[in-house]
Structure formats: structure tokens, C-alpha cells
Design a protein around this ligand. Structure first.
Ligand code: PMT
Length: 421
């Protein structure tokens, strides 16, 4: 990760995970960033300003003015200075205040004035994290373009186990790197100033509705066994997140995965290809587009036994029938709406991908091949080629999040050329 010359404003609020902010600060500095730290009063109970000042090599900001000499700490200039404002840890209290626009400390006023990308790494007890109020606050922030570094699972300060642990510093630092990839610096922004707080095209999909399919389908053989595949859902979830970040209202039709729905995204859980067909076709009815990332079973057992099949001595034959092709169905109905497909191939990749592009009536198709190291199922990276009817663009090996960002940018570009519905 290269953050050379980047200015990162690190916000620290009052949670036990504040001890990890020290490691995060170090990682950002090692990657070449200049770091300034703004803390809440409560955060000082968990990590000392001296520690953070030593690591960041900058004085720590807590109050609106320095009580010693009355010098004013301007939240406006802090927000202007930063290329990225990352609040880690972000407590339930601070998230709620951010969502409501409350400005009762320096960190919050800085958030409200910030012109740069903002990310939060929530931390709290599992019930607080799952509470509808917190989920709603995170959804509100995500819809405004704030990056959410979802909390992880594990042992919590309360002694309970569950979701609510702040993401590891390495994950947060990587998130910041991805957030800033391809973006200009604050200094560049100021040199062409009069640019509004949010660049006008930072939410180019606002007002648009998208459906995304993700994960593997499950085709029951009997109450115990099923046919499925290796899809984890990571690629599709990353696309849903990136579309939502660009302002789209996203419905994610998802096979069974271990992932949480990205903040602000509506998830519909399905198991079989038939259930995915029904949910996706219904959601597409009033959508502006769809991205078909799920690995859908092409065949399903002709009969599902109502009891566990007993083993015998000989071979067991399971007769399979074709499932319905969801993408092809959407392709037939789409009109001037956007439809993006995936092609997962193992040979004659481009040829097969182009054939699917035409047959399913996609606007473009994302080809990934299992012959490429780091591509395809389960991992956090993918190597894809974006193919449309006139051109193709081969991307290097990237994180799935970056791949999703490139796909979402291409979609936003195409959506801008479509008539409003
Ligand atoms: O979930 P991950 O672990 O992150 O892995 C990501 C992925 C490898 C699953 C993803 O990158 C990917 O390639 N998804 C598409 C997998 C696939 O089934 O490809 P396909 O070439 O068989 O299908 C072509 C297209 O038709 C796809 O858009 C697929 O979603 C769609 N399809 C296929 C069959 C069917 N019955 N209905 C469909 O909609």
C-alpha cells in the first residue's frame, strides 16, 4: 500500500479498541502518509494523547481551542487539510451523532466540514452493533458516501463473543488506500478551489435502483445433501457495496454466505436457483439495472427425496434437469436498462465470454478465469477483463473491492448516457 504524501486525519473515539489506533497510525506513517489525530475527550481514557502525538509526530487535537494559549483549532481547516478522514474506532455514540449531524466536539465538527472521503471503523458490543438504530445509522452514513469498515467477529471487551470488534489496523489501512486510489490530494483540490464539498459526480447513481446477485445456489438432493459450488459471495457483495457508495439503492439477492450485507443494501436471502430466479426477476421489475455475479446452478435434481437417501451397494444415479437462466431472462426483458454479467471460465475464455455477452444480452461482461492465479472463488482478489461489444479492458490482479469499484465506475459511466426512467 502506497500512501506517499497523503494526508490522513485519524479520528479516535472512546472505545477499548482505541489501543489499536496506535498500530493504525504506525501503518499509515510507514506507508508514507502524514497523519494528524483528532480525539474525543472520552478517547483519552483509552489511549493517551502522548502516545498518539509520539507516533503521529504531530500535536493531538481534542478541544476547539488550546486552553494554555487560546489558539483556535479550526475544524474547517482540518477538514480541508485531509485527503481522507478515518475514524477508528467509531463508537455507536459517535456514529449516531454523525448520522444526525450533531456537532458537540471537534471530531464531529470536523466530520461535518470534511471535503475528503470519510471512513469509519465501528466498534461496540454485539447487541449494540446489531441494534436496528446502529444499523440504520450505518446505512444513513453509507448512503451519504461514508466508507464502512465493518466490524469483525470475536471476543469483545464485555467478555461476550460476536460481531463488534473493530477491524484490524491492516484492514483499515488497506481500506484507506483503496478509498484514495486514483483520487487527487487535498492540496490539488485546493489549487482548483471553489470545488464544492462533495465533487458533483461522487454519487453518480443517486436515484437509480440496482439488483445484484451474489454467492452460490444450493440444490437439494434430499433433506441432508445438496449440489452447490465454491462461491463465497465476496465479489457480488463488493459490487453491491460499491454501487451503494455511488448512491444507488441496491437489492442484493444472495445465496448462503458468511458475509454481512453491506451497510445500506437490502438483502434477500435465497437458497436454490429457482428462488434466485423468482427474487431477481421481481426486483428487476422496477430497477434501472442488474449485475449478475452469482454462481447459479445450471442443473438441479429432478426429484428431491423427502427422506435421507440410504446408501446401497451399487452406484447411485441422480437425474438432473436444467434450471432457468436468470440472466438470459433479464436480458430478454431489459429494454434500455443496464445488465452486466459475469463469465467464469476455464478455457477459451474470451470466446465463451463473448458468446454469453450476446446470448444473455449483457451491456458488458466481466470475465474471470480459473487459470489466473488469485482469480475466481473465495479469495479476496480477482483478475478480470471487462468486455463489451466494441472493446475489452484487461485489469491487473486487484482486490475484489477494487475490481468492484472499477465495475461500478463503468456502470456509472453507462448510466449517465441512458435516458432517465
Ligand atoms: O463469490 P466469490 O467467491 O467472490 O467468487 C466470485 C465468482 C467467481 C463467483 C464471480 O466472479 C463469478 O464469476 N460469477 C459468475 C459465475 C458463473 O456462474 O458464471 P457463468 O459463466 O456460469 O454464468 C454466466 C452468467 O450468467 C453469470 O452472470 C451468471 O450469474 C448468470 N447465470 C448463470 C446461470 C443461471 N441459471 N442464471 C444466471 O443468471
Amino acid at each position: 500500500m502506497d500512501l506517499q504524501g497523503r494526508r490522513i486525519l485519524l479520528g479516535i473515539t472512546g472505545g477499548i479498541a482505541a489501543y489499536k489506533s496506535a498500530a493504525l497510525c504506525r501503518l499509515l506513517k510507514t506507508a508514507g502518509a502524514e497523519v494528524r489525530v483528532v480525539m474525543t475527550e472520552h478517547a483519552k481514557q483509552f489511549i493517551t494523547p502522548l502516545t498518539m502525538a509520539t507516533l503521529s509526530k504531530n500535536p493531538i487535537l481534542v478541544e476547539f481551542f488550546d486552553p494554555e494559549n487560546g489558539a483556535w483549532n479550526s475544524h474547517v481547516s482540518l477538514g480541508e487539510w485531509a485527503d481522507c478522514f478515518v475514524i477508528a474506532p467509531a463508537t455507536a455514540n459517535t456514529l449516531a451523532k454523525m448520522a444526525a449531524g450533531i456537532a458537540d466536539n471537534l471530531l464531529l465538527t470536523t466530520y461535518l466540514s470534511a471535503r475528503c472521503p470519510v471512513a469509519v471503523a465501528p466498534t461496540m458490543d454485539l447487541d449494540m452493533y446489531a441494534h436496528p438504530a446502529t444499523r440504520q445509522n450505518l446505512a444513513t452514513l453509507a448512503a451519504r458516501g461514508v466508507g464502512i469498515v465493518e466490524a469483525g467477529d470475536g471476543e469483545l471487551a464485555s467478555g461476550l463473543r460476536g460481531k463488534g470488534r473493530m477491524a484490524e489496523p491492516e484492514t483499515i489501512a488497506a481500506f484507506v488506500g483503496e478509498l484514495l486510489a486514483g483520487k487527487g490530494t487535498a492540496a490539488e483540490r485546493q489549487s482548483v478551489d471553489s470545488v464544492p464539498a462533495e465533487a458533483p459526480d461522487s454519487r453518480p447513481l443517486a436515484g437509480k435502483r440496482f439488483v445484484v446477485t451474489a454467492g452460490a445456489t444450493i440444490e437439494a438432493i434430499d433433506p441432508v445433501r445438496f449440489l452447490s459450488n465454491h462461491s463465497s459471495g465476496k465479489m457480488g457483495y463488493a459490487i453491491a457495496e460499491q454501487l451503494a457508495r455511488r448512491g444507488a439503492a441496491v437489492t442484493l439477492v444472495s445465496g448462503r454466505t458468511a458475509l454481512d450485507a453491506p451497510a445500506g443494501v437490502t438483502r434477500i436471502d435465497i437458497l436454490s436457483a429457482e428462488e434466485m430466479y423468482e427474487a431477481t426477476v421481481a426486483a428487476f421489475a422496477d430497477a434501472d439495472g442488474a449485475v449478475m455475479c452469482a454462481a447459479v446452478a445450471d442443473y438441479t435434481p429432478c426429484e428431491v427425496a423427502d427422506r435421507k437417501l440410504k446408501k446401497g451397494d451399487g452406484e447411485l444415479m441422480i437425474r438432473l434437469r436444467r434450471t432457468r437462466d436468470i440472466a438470459a431472462e433479464l436480458g430478454a426483458r431489459k429494454g434500455d436498462r443496464l445488465l452486466v454479467g459475469f463469465a467464469l471460465e476455464t478455457d477459451a475464455e474470451r470466446e465463451h465470454a463473448r458468446e454469453k455477452l450476446e446470448r444473455k444480452n449483457f451491456d458488458f461482461i466481466v470475465l474471470n478465469s480459473l487459470r489466473d492465479a488469485g482469480a475466481g472463488f473465495r479469495g479476496d482478489t480477482n483478475k478480470v477483463t471487462l468486455i463489451d461489444r466494441t472493446a475489452s479492458e484487461e485489469l491487473p490482479l486487484l482486490s475484489k473491492r477494487e475490481v468492484a469499484a472499477r465495475i461500478a465506475d463503468k456502470i456509472a459511466g453507462l448510466a449517465a448516457m441512458r435516458p432517465a426512467r
